[in-house]
Design a binder for this molecule. Sequence first.
Ligand code: DGY
Length: 329
Amino acid sequence: MKKHVVLYKKLSPTLMSRLQQHADVTLIDEPNRDGLARLRAALPHAHGLLGASLKLDAPLLDLAPHLEAVSSVSVGVDNYDLDYLDRRGILLSNTPDVLTETTADTGFALILATARRMVELANMVRTGQWKSNIGPQHFGNDVHGKTLGIIGMGRIGEALAQRGHFGFGMPVLYHSHSPKPAVEARFNAGYRSLEALLQEADFICLTLPLTAETQGLIGARQFALMRPQSIFINISRGKVVDEPALIAALQQGQIRAAGLDVFEREPLPHDSPLLQLNNVVATPHIGSATHETREAMAQCAVDNLLSALAGERPLNLVNPKAWGMRVSG
Ligand code: DGY
């Protein structure tokens, strides 16, 4: 008998038919809104779940007594309670690697957009305010040759360093759990304490995951260490930053600008003070959002889920503890 998969993200027809060859599939659209009741109704039959951008907490997963595997179409796994999944021996997988380059592109787009004031000045043209040659009040700042500071030197951090070092001749500084000699050799990068990086870098880019340790990592004290010409970029998770402190730093001119793809609350409320600030470029969590990359992520997630349901270890297993329970139990 086929296993039952509850899908809470639409797949392309090709991937959908591949999944359907191996499993009975229930698709729940909009699980964050009116789909929630349908999701709850489907969970008691589910052996596998596949989707993204939904907090799967214990009360929800308690409704799924047969659940064997959750396949997240994301690299971030902050929507899942790992201890809970481990306790129940439910395998969690994610989609790293395939999104690395695209997410680094997003980071670099935000670096360029903020430094060169792209959105603000494009709006000036669009709204008919471009009436004479622009002067210093509209000038931006150079990107090439400036110091790129990366907090969290994982795959995406490295891809950002590559762009900065090879493409824009930027000295690269980074902060992570521990120094990474290979990264230093490849990008001529310098390891710094968090405080030193905040004081030295022109662009301060967050590329680290949201965990209990990183939540609220950048707050008022950290913004106070940055220089007035610093530009702050966040492509990781909104909750790594104390958002009111960021708003205050921007309002008080403690930093020059911010490029933000992620927010404490998503979608970003329309009345957020961030949207009142010309020096903020805000994008709707588009880190990996290209046709090519999202399809590659979905394919990776389908592969992970089918492996797990077939009793094999998924390539991108996040919680080996649950796998250990499975093979020993
Ligand atoms: C990821 O893959 O984690 C992206 O941020 C989408 O959530």
